[in-house]
Design a binder for this molecule. Sequence first.
Ligand SMILES: [Zn+2]
Length: 128
Amino acid sequence: MATTRRRTPWKAQDRDERAHELIEHILDTYGLGHELAIPMAHHHAANAGRLSVRSAARHYGLSCATWVSSATSPRCVDCPDENTPHVLHIRLYSKEEGRQFVIEQTGGDPGRLKYNPHEKDHGPRGFR
Ligand SMILES: [Zn+2]
């Protein structure tokens, strides 16, 4: 582990496994495609949970939709009131379902993707 510490701060982080149990719970209880809404104390908790769920879904080989809502916004991004209760929304898909969803959104044209993984120059330095 020590040898990885010299890389970027992003890479040096330990693997985020905080949501692994949650993913297993969702799979056991609801299965794929079910939207789960989890009340959270404030914006940062909800967003941290969102990132952990994304990391865990990747670990399990699943696609997922995750977003954070508040009393004033169905998709809270630039938060106007961070210390109010928020809700973390999670929906898991199989990779194949995730692909199908993207195809439906883009009409099968990769050029219409919001983020195109085939464009190597896309995205900030260090995240390409
Ligand atoms: Zn917020």
